[in-house]
Every structure is written in structure tokens, then in C-alpha cells.
Ligand binder design. Structure first.
Ligand code: SAH
Length: 193
């Protein structure tokens, strides 16, 4: 199959992702941060996430990774489209449910409320589940050993090194309410983990 199909798909998914996030970034910036847990590690992880996000775009626009190309097949392409659709839907819903409580890093905002409804009802990190699906979609759709897994690998490192600190911050802020929330939810996959 022609790799331009994959390039068009990845570009379209990137545009949708930016369109979902941009208004929320704008909205939450207007709400004051009262506690920031942005450590140097967090800063490094955010740079890593940007690199993971940009590598597929470099693959679309140039031949920099042509040495790592392999043939595109319909099975992985279709599975990747399914992951893109579910991932982007979950990305949209988690932003809608989190509202102005959203931050790109670990922060508590003025009048920060603990969200436990909508896609937060059964899992504590639906936005991260969405980003895992988005990363898996890249790995399936992009027929390239460098550009394909870049998003997923970058996000997996970010998740592994952030999730405990985020939950510690939420526990500090919401105490027993968050303890009870942990007890009745899973992290990424409803009923599993
Ligand atoms: N980990 C969540 C949110 C990612 S955005 C998810 O994957 O869906 C990161 C910010 O969201 C954190 O700085 C924290 O302040 C906020 N946050 C995380 N979980 C929250 C919740 N249940 N309710 C309100 N804010 C939350």
C-alpha cells in the first residue's frame, strides 16, 4: 500500500488532536495555578513528549527516516485507524470532563475540583489511556521503525515516571476523597489496571 495513506491519516489525527487541546489550553491558562509540582524531571519529560510528537511529523515532511521504512499492510492500518478513533474520542471526552482543571504538567489550580464523573468514573487517567491508544495507532499506521513507535515510547516513559507523582499530588490535595476514588477505580483500563 502507498505510505501516503499513512501520512494523510497521521496528519489528520494530529490536526484533530491539536483542535481538541487548543481551546482547553487557552481556557485553563486563565485559571490561576496555586500549587506547581513542575520538577526538573517533569520539564525533561515534557521535552521528550514533544520529541515523540514531532518525529512522525518529520517523517511526513522529509525522507530523514527512509532507512527504517517497511511495507504498509492493510491489517495494521485498519487496526491503527480504530485506535486513532477511540483514542481521539477519549482525548476529547477527558478534556471536556476535566475542564479548567487540566494542566500540561502537575499543577493544582484555583478552585480545583476532583473530577470523578464521565470518563473519570471508572479510570483515574483517561487522558493517558487516550494517549496510549494514540501512540499505539502511530505504531500500527506508520510503516517505519523509528517514526512509528516514537510517540508510544515517549509517552510510556512520561507515564511511568509521572503517574505516581501525580497521584501523590492529588492525595495531598484531596486526601480521603482521593483515597476513596483510588479504591473504586483503575488507572488506565476499566476493571483491569
Ligand atoms: N491524569 C489525568 C489528567 C491529566 S492532565 C488523565 O489522564 O486523565 C494533568 C492534570 O490533571 C494534573 O496536573 C492534575 O492537576 C489534574 N487531574 C488529574 N486527575 C484529576 C481529577 N480526577 N480531577 C481533577 N483534576 C485532575
Amino acid at each position: 500500500m502507498n505510505p501516503w495513506i499513512a501520512k494523510a491519516l497521521v496528519l489528520a489525527a494530529t490536526v484533530v488532536m491539536i483542535a481538541i487541546r487548543a481551546p482547553h489550553g487557552h481556557g485553563s491558562r486563565r485559571v490561576k495555578v496555586i500549587k506547581s509540582h513542575k520538577t526538573p524531571l517533569e520539564a525533561v519529560l515534557l521535552i521528550l513528549a514533544w520529541v515523540g510528537f514531532l518525529v512522525p511529523l518529520i517523517w511526513i515532511a522529509s525522507s530523514a527516516f527512509s532507512f527504517a521504512e517497511y511495507p504498509l499492510r492493510s491489517g495494521p492500518l485498519i487496526s491503527g485507524v480504530v485506535c486513532f478513533v477511540i483514542g481521539l474520542w477519549l482525548f476529547y471526552r477527558s478534556h471536556a470532563d476535566l475542564g479548567t482543571n487540566w494542566s500540561i504538567t502537575l499543577e493544582v489550580r484555583e478552585q480545583h475540583g476532583l473530577i470523578t464523573q464521565g470518563v473519570y468514573h471508572r479510570i483515574r487517567h483517561p487522558m493517558y489511556s487516550a494517549l496510549v491508544l494514540y501512540g499505539v495507532a502511530h505504531a500500527l499506521v506508520i510503516p517505519n521503525w523509528v517514526a512509528g513507535p516514537s510517540n508510544l515510547v515517549a509517552f510510556a516513559v512520561l507515564f511511568a515516571l509521572r503517574v505516581r507523582a501525580e497521584e501523590r499530588m492529588m492525595l495531598e490535595q484531596f486526601g480521603d476523597e482521593y483515597t476513596a476514588y483510588i479504591a473504586r477505580t483503575k488507572r488506565l483500563v476499566p476493571g483491569v489496571w
